[in-house]
Each structure stands twice: as C-alpha cells, then as structure tokens.
Design a binder for this molecule. Sequence first.
Ligand SMILES: O=C(O)CCC(=O)C(=O)O
Length: 277
Amino acid sequence: MNVQEQHKRDYETDGYCIIPNVINRESIDSILSVINKHWIHLLVNGKIQQRKDAPIESIFPRFINSHQSNTEIKNFILNKVFFEIMRAIVGEDVLIVATNFYFKAPSVTGLPWHQDNTAIGVSPGSSCAMWICLEDSEPENGGLKFASGSHKKGLFPPQSSFDNVSEAFSDYGQEVALPEDCKVKYISTRPGDAVIFHGDVIHGSTDNRTDSKFRRSMIIHYMKESSDRVTLNFNHLLNAQGERVRRRLNAVPKISENQKSIFSFKEANYYEKNGWK
Ligand SMILES: O=C(O)CCC(=O)C(=O)O
C-alpha cells in the first residue's frame, strides 16, 4: 500500500497529496503505447484534424472519457492499486466518474484556476481526482499548480456567465478568481507518481513553455460509492469491476446556476464535442 498517514494529512490540510511510484515503468510504457495506438486510430479515421487556429492543440487534443470507447484504456484505469489508494484517502470505496488524458504538447497553454466540483456536482460530499504522471512534469512544461488549502473555502462562482452552455463546459468557462490569501504551490512529479486532489481545491496547470517536452498524464475523477447524486454530464459511473452503476441526477450543481434547466447541458455534448474536435 502506497498511502501513508502523511499523505492523508496533506490531503486534509492542503487539498492534495503526492504519492510516488504508484505505477512502474512497464505500466507507463504500456499505457503510452495504448494511447499512441488510440491517437493513430483517431487520426486515420479523420476524428483528429489539424486546425490552422490551433495547430498543435488540435493534433494533440485532450481525450475525454476515452475509457468508454477503448477497452485497453478502461483496463488501465481499473488497476486495483488505484482503487486501494482512493479508498485509503477518502475512507470508502469509490466509483469512476470521468477520465481525461492530456498530451500537454510544447507551447500549449495550461488550464486556468478551477474547481472540479463546479461541473462534476457530486452530492453529498465531493469528487476526488487521481492525476497520474506519465512523463516528467515541471512548472516549465505544464505542471500542476494548487491554491493550497482552498478546498476548505467551498465553491466559488466561475467568472463566466454560463449563458452559453458550451462555454460553460469549456476550460476557461470554469475559471475562478484566486482568493487573495491562498498560497500557490507549483508541483513537480516523475513518471509513475500520482497526485490526489479534492474536488473543491482550486487548481490548474502552467503553460508548456518548452519547445520539445510533452507532459503526458491521465486523470481519473472519482466519487464515493455512498454519494447519492451527480451532474447530468458526468453520470457514466463505473465501479471497481468496470460495471456501469447508476446514481440520481444532481439538478443543482454550481455550473447550473444561470441555466433555466439542468437539461440544457445536454447541448454541451460534453463527451463527443470537447473530446477531439
Ligand atoms: O493536467 C492538467 O493540465 C490539468 C488537469 C486538471 O486540472 C483537470 O483535469 O481538472
């Protein structure tokens, strides 16, 4: 078991903790090769196309919920060690809510300050994420950054008005202002390390300012098995056996505040649209 008391204390105090060597070199190489095959498959089938306005981001897009269409990626995220770690951190069994794979290619901008619970809307309680480092990650090539302890302040209103549902689900639509008294921490990790963080902690990532270093990583979002409700666009839940599990709809998540109806978020086409187009 990789989780020590200090990790739990860091998670409680800072809203995140870093657990080294959660997966070994062989597993890292194996998932990177699976991702490479998935990427080629999308390219060959015209699902990834270069855009003039975003030449590198469009070629190396984020893969949202690729585990839903790729069995090898699904097998990777069902690793028992991940479930044991999450159980030790949050105190009970968890369900998988969503995944994102990031290439974070050279010159690509980072994610702005945001809180995952704004969109994921787990109730009662919080979502929690495990970000798995697959390549050296530093502040210079797009490493994670945290407003330490900000998970204790609750959810802040995003700066966007959310009048446009696609905007609301975009990376910048969920940006929050950083509270003045927050201590910002920039994180460096090695391949195989995992960063576990609370769904209310304000976090983001730096721009990749290098000209050649990618910063590939996989993030898995979870909720406690006992949680009762989750937002509409995050209701494809999986248990540790990889079986689909149902929970009720959370009709009042933060992201819905300016919407007439929670069902308007269906238009955001979260899974298909933001994935690679
Ligand atoms: O990997 C990154 O650049 C940021 C990940 C993140 O903040 C998220 O997926 O919520």
